[in-house]
Design a protein around this ligand. Structure first.
Ligand SMILES: C[S@@+](CC[C@H](N)C(=O)[O-])C[C@H]1O[C@@H](n2cnc3c(N)ncnc32)[C@H](O)[C@@H]1O
Length: 303
């Protein structure tokens, strides 16, 4: 029995997408503000059934059968109930990799794909002169493992480590690695514990997207983020928003080899402070801006 009776009669790809976007627009709510967002959300839902491009689907004159329409209707219900579409579908795309998502870890964000790109670019000079098999990098606060896995996919011969304090997140990261056939060392460790001995002695690169939202910002956050994603992945104390970046600087001093690179995603309001902190404690740092011009990350090369 179909809950959604209003699917367009021809069941074609363009008309189902348009219908979905219309239903989402009508429902509105905190997640769906404007027609472009609704169209993007409709595309995501449709990718759950067939993730080929719209052009390909158009050429094939793709039509959806009853079972597929039921699945689309089921995901639509979940999204309208405030469940993130990535949780409803169970996956998202990150740099071309299908990453399983769930409430145990942060949903990988498109802006973090850029952070991985900056890391790989910064590492080009670092990795020169080393056999790729000898290059070792660590992703701190790995969550679903998206950054570590994307790095391993891009540089298969590097030794890649992914660390997190959450066993549940690491479980998801392990599953993602297995599904993608990528070999990453997963480590359960507290990035804020300077005594934690789980780090490799010497690394060429450190990458991180640590928790960085001051707790007091929770009140103004979209409910589908605040209430559906783990607080452990999001928040830092108002009194110490740089807590993870200082810990990263200490780790860089102890484990990053001279010439090694470190990149971390940051809260747009704190990039300058992070850059200053790293500059003082470790060495040359720079603020990186995303494609929209927002300050998004800090990168350093250890002298
Ligand atoms: C912002 S999420 C980033 C997840 C993933 N790297 C990404 O970009 O989607 C931060 C991650 O840091 C982890 N985390 C929080 N506190 C930590 C700590 N003290 N030590 C290690 N990891 C921690 C959280 O469990 C979460 O997975």
């Amino acid at each position: 029995m179909r809950r959604w009776s209003g699917f367009p009669g021809d069941n074609s790809d363009p008309s189902i997408r348009q219908w979905l976007a219309g239903v989402l627009m009508e429902a509105g709510g905190s997640m769906l503000g404007d027609p472009r967002e609704c169209a993007a959300m409709a595309d995501r839902i449709m990718a759950g059934v067939d993730d080929r491009s719209r052009t390909v689907l158009d050429v094939l004159e793709r039509r959806y059968d009853e079972a597929e329409l039921n699945r689309i209707g089921h995901w639509l219900d979940q999204v309208l109930a405030g469940i993130p579409v990535q949780h409803a579908l169970g996956w998202t795309d990150f740099r071309g990799l299908r990453i399983a998502c769930g409430p145990e870890a942060l949903i990988p964000r498109p802006e973090t794909e850029e952070v991985v790109q900056w890391f790989l670019e910064g590492m080009e000079a670092v990795a020169q002169g080393h056999e790729p098999g000898n290059v070792r990098v660590v992703d701190v606060g790995t969550g679903t493992g998206c950054m570590a896995l994307a790095i391993k996919a891009a540089r298969p011969r590097w030794e890649v480590w992914g660390m997190d304090i959450s066993e549940a997140a690491l479980e998801l990261a392990r599953k993602n690695a297995k599904d993608l056939g990528l070999d990453v060392h997963w480590v359960l460790a507290d990035a804020l514990d300077p005594q934690a001995a789980d780090w490799p002695d010497c690394v060429h690169g450190i990458v991180s997207n640590p928790p960085y939202i001051p707790r007091s910002e929770a009140i103004s956050m979209a409910p589908h983020v605040r209430d559906r994603e783990p607080g452990l992945a999001l928040f830092v104390p108002d009194s110490d928003p740089l807590i993870f970046y200082r810990a990263l600087a200490q780790r860089a001093l102890h484990h990053l080899r001279p010439g090694g690179g470190m990149v971390a995603e940051c809260h747009a309001e704190f990039t300058r402070e992070v850059a200053n902190c790293w500059q003082l404690e470790v060495g040359d740092s720079e603020v990186l801006c995303d494609l929209q011009g927002a300050e998004r990350a800090v990168r350093l090369i250890r002298p």
